[in-house]
Each structure stands twice: as structure tokens, then as C-alpha cells.
Design a protein around this ligand. Structure first.
Ligand code: UDX
Length: 475
């Protein structure tokens, strides 16, 4: 659905602004068309904005202009094609064109973990801001969306001052995003909050206008999207604090899983029971193989590194434990596999030589093709390293997994992966695996033994079908 865009009517507290391009509503650009930038560009066109997506990767831009989404994200393909056809959306590798087009430029480039430490690598932020700034010819607002160490916005402001021609008065703001892969379209169109870090009324008004489509959509659906207007530092911190909290919640329940394993408790029942307390809540309390992906692991490390630089390292020392608990879950799967296969663990861990193991799942969570820092793929590689012949099946992630870990054997279906397996490990909770029929699967395997790395199977059903079952944090 495309939202008709009325004239900008800000709330009394936010001043009306005229976009410098003279367009009735701000024209927006997204620099970096990875997960974040591509999704935002497509969804903002859907909201009715005129949008240009920029990337230095010519292949990616050609694909997007041809209507192909380079990632697997439910619903995005259709929105891309519709908005290209409507003429509101296009993609370019030309930074001068991008600078000329936009009133509000969103920086959406990656901030990966540095190769030489735990901190964030800001080289893509620096490159995109610098080249954009050098090509600007009129006033504009540059808005950071990438997840960055606190203090980055001030530094970006200095970069912009240094590289824009005198007198343009280009401004900077920060507006973190909170999209989850698999739900990215809805998270952009229907966010649970919008946070903006601004220094001027003009920037505030401009950002309000650049988000008005979101507020209007909410109004038509009888919802409200809370807006938090704050300073640069707080806006930057909101994102890393939110991810640190989520990571901590997951590691908390995985720590409880460890205690359950030692004491005979069942962490799934424990999570359910504590989750009924609304102060705790039952979301992000799923014990299993732990968190992965392009955000949580690197963000908690970068947050610690930055706090250390600021002299506040003590405050975030617990995040080191959060990381360790998370990584220990991978070793736990190996222990369970060794236990089921009757393999003894030596000082280097168990030896799986001569066994065939099916790994179901390679992505870091279901409904994505993303294998970045995926616990499932990491465990598959560990099993193979320990001597097993590992056969992997993933509904969407095979291509990326093969590129990341080519030494594993990848199968085209679940049945092929489990054929002749001595052990099946379910490591990503895709619906296909959750709903798999243990009786039918049992016909293909050599040994009916299963490790449920995500506690996503029904132990009673699998046990009845003759499988030896091991879950995470379950007796
Ligand atoms: C996360 C944040 O949720 C999002 O707000 C932020 O913008 C980017 O980082 P995402 O990386 O897409 O999003 O994944 P998320 O859904 O948060 O899951 C992260 C990992 O935690 C996955 O590997 C998932 O399997 C794991 N997880 C999640 C658990 O192990 N248990 C849970 O209860 C929830």
C-alpha cells in the first residue's frame, strides 16, 4: 500500500522546514545498500518518498535496478519491483548524482569488527561521508544509521565540516535502526520507536519530515510510533545498549541452561515460568545455541572496546561473560554429539572420525540467508574439524554457507542430508525442521539420534519415533 503524502504538518514542538531541493517533501538517499540500506531504501519508497540508493558495488546496484534483492528478506522483492515501476526508487554508483538528489542522506554502510581487535571498523563510514561531503552543492542533512561507537557522530560532523565547500552549512544527525532480519520490512514500516540525535531545530524538523511517512502509516492503522529526540551520544548509545541488553537476556537463559544441565532441571520450563512475570517477559528467552548474526556478537565487543577507551570498561565487563556463555553453547553441542555417539573427549575435544553427521540449518536464525557469525555453521565446521563427515542442509543459506565454509558437504534437501547419518543436529529452527516428521526421517538415517540445538523439536514425539533425543539445558 502506498501512503498518500499530505503537506508536512509537524507537531507544535517541531518546526516546519522546507527541503533544500525545493521538493515538497525531503528526497532521501541511503548510502550503502546492504541489509540495512537496501531495506530502508525500498521501504521508504513504499512510504511514498523519492528515494535513491547508493553503493560502490556496481553488481549490487545493477541487480537492484533490475528488481533483484541481493538478500533473502520476506516481502522485499515485491516492494522493490513495485517501487521501481512507480518511478520513486532507483539505485546508483554515482556519488555526485546522489549528493545532488538528496535532502536527507542516510549513512547505512557496514561497521564490522576490526581485524586487529574488538572495536568497530569505521573506514566505510569515513569513506562514504567524505565522498558525499565533497560532492554536496547545497545544504543537506547527513544522518548516521550505522551502528557505531559513541562519539562517532561528532567525528562525522568534523569530517563534513572539513570536506564540504564553505557556506553550505550541511548538518549531521544520528538515527539508529532496530531492524531484525526476517522481519525487516515490518520493522522499517512499523518501527516500535524512532530515535533521533540532533543539534538543531532545522535538523529535527528535517528528520521529522523524513519520517512522517512512518507516522502517517501508524495513524492510518490506529497506532502511534513514539519519537525520542535526544543528543548525539545518547542516540548512538541507544542502539548498542539495546543490543547489549538482548544479548545479555539470551546469555542469561543460556547460563540457566548450564545450571539446568548440572542439576537436572529443564530450562524451557524455567524460561516459561519466569517469562510470565511481565517485568521479565518471555521474549528473547529461548535457550539454545545462542546468538549470532552480523549485529549482536560484534556490537557487544565494540561496546566493550569503546567503554574501555572512555575509562568505563569496568561497567561493561559483564558483556565479556555474556560473550563467553554464548560461545560455550557451541562446545555443548559437541559434547552432546559425543555423548550420543559414544565418543570419548580427549584434551582436544571429541573425535568423530568415521561418523556421518547431518547438520540441519546453517543460517544464524530462520527466515534469512545470512550466515555471518552463525552458530549453526560454526558448529558444523567444528564437527567436521573433529573428524566427522558433515552434510549440511539449509532452506536458504546454502549458497552463502558454501562460500564461507567450502569444506563441508552441502545437500539440496533435508532427506539427502540425513541419509545414512549416525546423528542429526538441528541447529537453526527453520519451520521445515520444527515440523519434520521424525518417523519419516527415521527411515533415512543410520542411527536415530538427534541433538536439538535450538530446543525446537517435541522431545516426546521424537522419542516415541525411536530417536535418542538431547536438547540444550534439558534433562
Ligand atoms: C538484532 C536485533 O534484534 C535488532 O534489533 C538489531 O537491529 C540488529 O541485531 P538480528 O541480528 O536480525 O537483530 O537477530 P535477532 O532476531 O536479534 O537474533 C539474534 C540471535 O539471537 C540469533 O542468532 C537468534 O537465534 C538468537 N536468539 C534470539 C536466541 O538464541 N534466543 C532468543 O531467545 C532470541
Amino acid at each position: 500500500m502506498t501512503i498518500p503524502y499530505p503537506t508536512i504538518q509537524p507537531t507544535p514542538a517541531i518546526a516546519a522546514v522546507t527541503p533544500p531541493s525545493g521538493a515538497p517533501r525531503p528526497r532521501v538517499t541511503f548510502l550503502g545498500t546492504g541489509y540495512l540500506g537496501a531495506t530502508y531504501a525500498i521501504c521508504y519508497a513504499e512510504l511514498g518518498y523519492e528515494v535513491l540508493g547508493f553503493d560502490v558495488d556496481a553488481d549490487k546496484i545493477a541487480k537492484l535496478n533490475a528488481g533483484q534483492v541481493p538478500i533473502h528478506e520476506p516481502g522485499l522483492d515485491e516492494l522493490l519491483r513495485r517501487n521501481l515501476a512507480a518511478g520513486r526508487l532507483r539505485f546508483s554508483t554515482d556519488i555526485a548524482e546522489t549528493a545532488d538528489f538528496g535532502d536527507v542522506h542516510f549513512i547505512c554502510v557496514g561497521t564490522p569488527q576490526r581485524a586487529d581487535g574488538m572495536g568497530a571498523d569505521l573506514s566505510y563510514v569515513e569513506a562514504s561521508v567524505t565522498s558525499l561531503a565533497q560532492h554536496l552543492t547545497r545544504k543537506a542533512l547527513i544522518v548516521g544509521k550505522s551502528t557505531v561507537p559513541v562519539g562517532t557522530a561528532e567525528w562525522v560532523e568534523q569530517l563534513v565540516d572539513k570536506h564540504t565547500p564553505d557556506g553550505l552549512n550541511v548538518e549531521v544527525a544520528w538515527s539508529p535502526e532496530f531492524l531484525q532480519e526476517g522481519f525487516a520490512v515490518d520493522d522499517v514500516l512499523r518501527p516500535n520507536r524512532i530515535v533521533v540525535g540532533v543539534k538543531s531545530e532545522w535538523a529535527n524538523g528535517m528528520l521529522y519530515a523524513a519520517h512522517k511517512g512512518v507516522f502517517d502509516l501508524a495513524a492510518t492503522e490506529d497506532r502511534e510510533v513514539p519519537l525520542v529526540v535526544t543528543d548525539f551520544s545518547t542516540a548512538e548509545l541507544v542502539k548498542v545498549a539495546a543490543n547489549a541488553f538482548l544479548a545479555t537476556k539470551i546469555s542469561f537463559i543460556n547460563a540457566m541452561a548450564e545450571v539446568c544441565e548440572a542439576s537436572g532441571g529443564d530450562v524451557t520450563q524455567l524460561a516459561r515460568a519466569i517469562g510470565y512475570d511481565p517485568r521479565i517477559g518471555n521474549r528473547f528467552l529461548q535457550a539454545g545455541l545462542g546468538f549470532g548474526g552480523a549485529c549482536l556478537p560484534k556490537d557487544i565487543r565494540a561496546f566493550q572496546a569503546r567503554a574501555q577507551e572512555l575509562g568505563a570498561g569496568e561497567a561493561l565487563r559483564f558483556l565479556h561473560e555474556v560473550d563467553l556463555i554464548n560461545l560455550r553453547r557451541r562446545t555443548r553441542v559437541l559434547q552432546l554429539a559425543a555423548d550420543l555417539l559414544g565418543r570419548r573427549s580427549g584434551p582436544a575435544g571429541p573425535d568423530f572420525a568415521g561418523t556421518r553427521i547431518a547438520v540441519l540449518g546453517a543460517t544464524f536464525k530462520p527466515n534469512t540467508d545470512d550466515v555471518r557469525d552463525a552458530p549453526a555453521l560454526a558448529v558444523a565446521a567444528l564437527l567436521q574439524k573433529a573428524g566427522a563427515d558433515v552434510h549440511v542442509y539449509d532452506p536458504q543459506g546454502t549458497e552463502n554457507a558454501r562460500r564461507a565454509v567450502p569444506e563441508l558437504t552441502y545437500e539440496a534437501s533435508m532427506n539427502e542430508a540425513v541419509t545414512d547419518a549416525d546423528l542429526v543436529c538441528v541447529l537453526t529452527e527453520w519451520a521445515d525442521f520444527r515440523n519434520a516428521d521424525p518417523v519419516a526421517l527415521g527411515e533415512f538415517v543410520k542411527g536415530r539420534k538427534v541433538v536439538d540445538g535450538r530446543n525446537c523439536l517435541d522431545p516426546a514425539l521424537w522419542t516415541q519415533a525411536g530417536w535418542e533425543y538431547r536438547g540444550m539445558g534439558r534433562p
